[in-house]
Design a protein around this ligand. Sequence first.
Ligand SMILES: [Zn+2]
Ligand SMILES: [Zn+2]
Length: 311
Amino acid sequence: MKHILVLALVFLLSLGVVPEAHGASLEAVAPVVGDVVRDFDPPAQPWLAGHRGVDLSTRYGAQVLSAMDGVVSFAGMVAGRPVISIRHGDLTTTYEPVWAVVRAGDPVSVGQIIGNLSDGHECPQPTCLHWGLKRGETYLDPLSLLGGGNVRLITAEGVEAVRRRAAELRMSGWDGRISSSGLINPTSGTITSLYGLRLHPVYGVWRFHDGLDIATGCGTPLLAVAAGRVTESYYNSGYGYRLVIDHGRVSGRDLKTSYNHAQGYSVRVGDQVRQGQVVGTVGTTGTSTGCHLHFQTWIGGELVNPKPLLP
Ligand SMILES: [Zn+2]
Ligand SMILES: [Zn+2]
C-alpha cells in the first residue's frame, strides 16, 4: 500500500489497525488539512531507517490540531526541532516540526489548536507535518485513526498528484530508499572510493578525497538527493562538469551538495529542483579514470562525509 493513499483510505478498517476503545472518545481528526506526501513505512528492525509516521503537506505556519482528546506529555525541542507529544490513554500522537501553543500537562480536546507548523522536516513539499502514532514503543500508522471517521484528508487531485510523483520518481531511476536524513541516492552504482585520505588513482600520492565516488555507466541519471536550488554550474579541470545544489534546511541542517565529472547537466543556475529530479548524467569529465560520480556534501558550510547522509 506504499504511496497509494486510496488503499490507505479504503482498507484501513479492514486491516484491523484501528485502535480499540480505551475509555476516551475514539473520535479523531487529521491534524492539518493537507495531502499525504509520504506514507507510514516503519523499519523492519528498530535500529534501521524508516518512516515512523506520515507526512502531510501544508503551508508554513498552518494551525496544527490535536488528533484526539488527550493530555500533552511533551512540548519542546528534540534534535533541534520543535515537537509535541499528546497521550490518549495508551496511545501517543506526535507532531513535528510544530511551535507549541500548549504546554506539558495541558489537557486538549480533539480538534484543539496545539501549535503552528514550522519547517525543516524533509518531504517532497516545502513544508509538511510529520504525524506519528505509538502504542508503547510500537509505531502505528496514524491514518488508522481516521479509518472510521468522515475526515477527508486529501482530494482526488491530491491522490493523483501523489501517484504522479511516485511514478516520476520510479522513472528517474530512484531505488525507493530514503535515508534517516531524508536524502535519496544521487545515482545507482557501486561506491568505489570513500571520503577521506586515499592514494590518488591518477597522481599516485596520498591525497584527501573530498567526496564519495559512485561508479556506474556513463549516461546513468543523476538525481537531486533532496529538493533545492541550483547555485553553481561550471567546468573545472579537476572536477569536470560540476553542479552545486543548495537544499536549504534538511533535517534541521543547512545542506549543499555537489555533482562532479558529469557528461552534462539538464538544469541551470537558479532552477528549483525536486527530490528525485534528474539533474544530469554520469560522465568522466575532468580528472577521472572512468565513468563515475564524485559526490560532495556540506552541512552548515562545512565539507562532510556524504556516506552517513545517504540511504
Ligand atoms: Zn516524516
Ligand atoms: Zn572522487
